[in-house]
Design a protein around this ligand. Structure first.
Ligand SMILES: [Mg+2]
Length: 190
C-alpha cells in the first residue's frame, strides 16, 4: 500500500525557482501569475531561450527551494511507517536534471526514499493506493483510490480530479486516516 507523491509543485517550489530566473533576467519583467500550466505561458517570450537554458544548466535543479514544511511532512510519514514513493518527471534536454533530483531528495528528505522518474502520460503506470499531484490530468490517469490535488493557481479550473488540499501535509494526514495508518505528526504536537 503506497502513497505516490509528485515533487515539483508539491515538495519543490519549481515556480519560485523559475520566478527567480525571470527576476534576474537581463530585462525587467513582472513575475507571472502561474494561472496556466504551460511553462511557455508564464515565461516572457523575449527571455525564454535564456531561461530554458538556465533550467537545464548544472546546479539549477539541485538548488530549487523546498516548499515550507513539505519535505518534513514526508519524512515524518516515512518514519511513522507510511510507504511513500516519489514520482517526478525528467526534464527534456537536461543532462543534469535526474541526477540532481536524486541529490535534492537525498538532501531534503533522505536517500532512503524511492524515486521513480515518470512524467505526463507515464504516470498512469505507477502502482499506488494514494497519489498527490499538482497536475489534475496526471492525477486522473493514476490508478489510485485516494487522490489529492495540491491547490495552485494553474489548477484552479480543474474539477473532480481529487480532494483539493493546500499542502502535502494535509494530503498525508487524510491518506493516513482513510488507510488507518493513524500517526501523530510532530509538527502538530507543538
Ligand atoms: Mg508537479
Amino acid at each position: 500500500m503506497t502513497l505516490a507523491i509528485d515533487v515539483d509543485g508539491v515538495l519543490a517550489d519549481f515556480c519560485g525557482a523559475v520566478n527567480e530566473l525571470i527576476y534576474n533576467s537581463s530585462t525587467c519583467h513582472p513575475l507571472p501569475g502561474w494561472e496556466s500550466w504551460a511553462l511557455e505561458d508564464n515565461i516572457p517570450a523575449c527571455c525564454s531561450v535564456h531561461i530554458n537554458a538556465a533550467m537545464r544548466s548544472a546546479g539549477w535543479c539541485a538548488a530549487i527551494p523546498a516548499i515550507a514544511g513539505a519535505c518534513e511532512a514526508v519524512r515524518e510519514a516515512i518514519d511513522a511507517g507510511v510507504s511513500i514513493i516519489l514520482v517526478t518527471a525528467p526534464l527534456d534536454g537536461s543532462p543534469y536534471w535526474m541526477h540532481e533530483r536524486m541529490q535534492w531528495v537525498a538532501a531534503h528528505i533522505g536517500s532512503d526514499v524511492p524515486v521513480i522518474f515518470a512524467g505526463g502520460a507515464h504516470k498512469q503506470y505507477i502502482r499506488c493506493v494514494g497519489a498527490v499531484e499538482d497536475n489534475e490530468r496526471n492525477l486522473r490517469s493514476m490508478p489510485a483510490y485516494f487522490k489529492y490535488l495540491i491547490d495552485r493557481p494553474y489548477n484552479r479550473g480543474a474539477t473532480g480530479g481529487g480532494l483539493r488540499v493546500d499542502h502535502v501535509r494535509d494530503a498525508i494526514r487524510s491518506y493516513a486516516l482513510v488507510t488507518r495508518q493513524v500517526f501523530p505528526m510532530a509538527s502538530e504536537q507543538a
